[in-house]
Design a protein. Structure first.
Length: 526
């Protein structure tokens, strides 16, 4: 056995080997703590940097940059300004601020307010479904109804409760709807609750998915769509719309064709791009109501609304039109592709053949910009079953016969359009030509519908209580006898049998280029 000093007699193990090593452990823990702290600081810094980089506007905006677009709910309209909406956002901010200050001055009085959200594209990108003009008109329409609700008795009880308007941006193609909708759901429980969502965007899968999510949501938020016309939306709980459905549009076109017996040799032309609810549904409506007119084989193209497509390849369709001598085309596609389709028809061999292109859409009046060289000189006419007619808004004596409110409704002359135009002019939102694309009118009527449901609920509550989202949803299909919505596009009613689709919505026919000396018979939904 080794007996050298300082060594254990057991296997030559140092005598302090088994002594506690707390100081060494503390050093390790301190080192670990420093590393963890550094990592946490760096991570927090990265998150803060990312937040600052991706933030839109100041800290109050609630908007985040996703795919280059500002997404989220803008509760303070002054915190960030969307391109093209500078003026109308200032106006909304002033009205919202007035409502809030009135409540602060008298919180126990009749000034408690609720909120309504406009959920709609507020940004544009390549091949957006809505143009910047349509976006601006949508926001203006919602605001005009808000202002009328807060300052007049246009929609039942005057200014009770007051309404604030918030803007919700799901992106130009609505792909980021989910985080935005979840934020709106949380707002339904606020002290000044969000009680309705209007707008809802266009007839795309994202709109359907958002609507189905909200239909099942515990928030109970009701939805009032302005331009989503797809028939598939009809049965979604808590969802109504102020636009005609695709079935309604095609029914109006059927009435037009009944007065034009020469248009009897039809061809269906449809977009074959990745699933597009509007296109598929309009195609189905044509087949359901106008199949007897279809004599030629259907032709398809790939539209530009699908970002993967680079060209629509219309030349083959133009050739088939000439071979079949089709003088009637039922077009199931986006307006984005219609001008290119028309330009391809200009090059057809059979220029002696007059062609009428039928379309159901909010409004295609912008195609008048194609001019007579492309349309009249090439015997091409567009027949648009629309949500509005541009001649509703002029003051020309010759156009007065186009005004549907000159006719009686329910035994009385309906003056909803007249009063809308008076308030539009007074608010200075632009010239009346701004109304021609239909987006301002349909979004005004969507907001008006939400306000009417809010007011119906409020009239049944004890003083001091505010309407809640689920109660407002429950009144949507009670907006009929005695509680009609005095819209700019008709005296609207919503019923159990029609579900989402309005009764009393005017569906005019627009001929482009205009050759109308008198209006075609007006189709009224119901």
């Amino acid at each position: 056995m080794n007996s050298r000093a300082g060594l254990s007699p057991v296997a030559e193990i140092p005598p302090d080997y088994f002594a506690p090593r707390v100081p060494r452990l503390r050093k390790v823990l301190r080192s670990v703590a420093v590393v963890v702290t550094v990592i946490a600081v760096l991570t927090a810094g990265a998150l803060v940097t990312r937040f600052v980089i991706n933030r839109c506007g100041d800290l109050r905006s609630g908007l985040t940059k996703m795919d280059g677009e500002c997404i989220g709910v803008l509760t303070d309209a002054s915190a960030y300004t969307f391109k093209g909406l500078e003026s109308i956002q200032v106006t909304i901010d002033q009205e919202n601020d007035r409502v809030h200050k009135a409540w602060l001055a008298d919180p126990d009085g009749n000034t408690q307010y609720v909120r309504v959200a406009l959920l709609s594209p507020l940004t544009t990108a390549t091949n957006s479904f809505m143009s910047i003009d349509q976006i601006r008109h949508s926001v203006q329409g919602a605001y005009l109804a808000q202002h009328r609700a807060n300052h007049s008795a246009a929609f039942k009880d005057a200014s009770s409760p007051p309404i604030q308007l918030v803007l919700a941006s799901p992106g130009s193609r609505q792909t980021h709807w989910e985080p935005v909708v979840r934020q709106l759901e949380r707002m339904a429980g606020d002290d000044h609750p969000l009680v309705a969502i209007v707008g809802m965007g266009t007839s795309v899968a994202a709109t359907r998915d958002a609507a189905l999510h909200l239909a099942r949501s515990s928030s109970g938020l009701p939805m009032v769509s302005a331009v989503a016309s797809t028939d598939d939306f009809r049965d979604i709980e808590g969802f109504v719309r102020t636009t005609p459905s695709n079935t309604d549009y095609v029914a109006a076109l059927a009435g037009y064709l009944g007065g034009h017996p020469n248009l009897n040799n039809g061809m269906l032309v449809s977009d074959a791009s990745a699933p597009d609810l509007y296109v598929q549904d309009l195609r189905d409506a044509y087949n359901a109501q106008l199949k007897s007119y279809l004599k030629a084989d259907e032709k398809k193209f790939f539209g530009l609304a699908d970002n993967k497509n680079k060209t629509q390849l219309f030349a083959n369709i133009s050739q088939s039109v000439c071979i079949s001598r089709s003088n009637l085309i039922l077009y199931a596609g986006r307006a984005l592709d219609l001008d290119d389709f028309i330009k391809s028809l200009k090059e057809r061999a059979c220029k002696d053949l007059g062609i009428s292109i039928m379309v159901g859409a909010t409004s295609l009046i912008f195609l008048e910009n194609l001019g007579s060289d492309l349309l009249t000189n090439n015997k091409i006419k567009i027949v648009n079953a629309a949500a509005v007619h541009p001649k509703w808004f002029t003051s020309k004596v010759d156009d007065q016969g186009f005004r549907p409110d000159a006719t009686a409704s329910g035994g009385q002359t309906y003056d909803g359009l007249k009063k809308f135009l008076e308030d539009f002019d007074e608010e200075g939102l632009g010239g009346r030509q701004e109304l021609a694309d239909g987006y301002l009118v349909t979004h005004h009527d969507a907001m008006a519908t939400a306000v009417m449901a809010i007011r119906v609920v409020n009239g049944q509550l004890e003083k001091g209580k505010l309407p809640q989202a689920r109660d407002v949803r429950g009144q949507l299909l009670n907006l009929n006898t005695g509680s009609e919505v005095p819209g700019a596009g008709g005296n609207l009613r919503f019923t159990q049998d029609r579900k989402a689709d309005p009764v009393g919505k005017w569906v005019p026919i627009i001929e482009i280029p205009s050759a109308e000396t008198s209006p075609t018979p007006l189709f009224v939904t119901g």
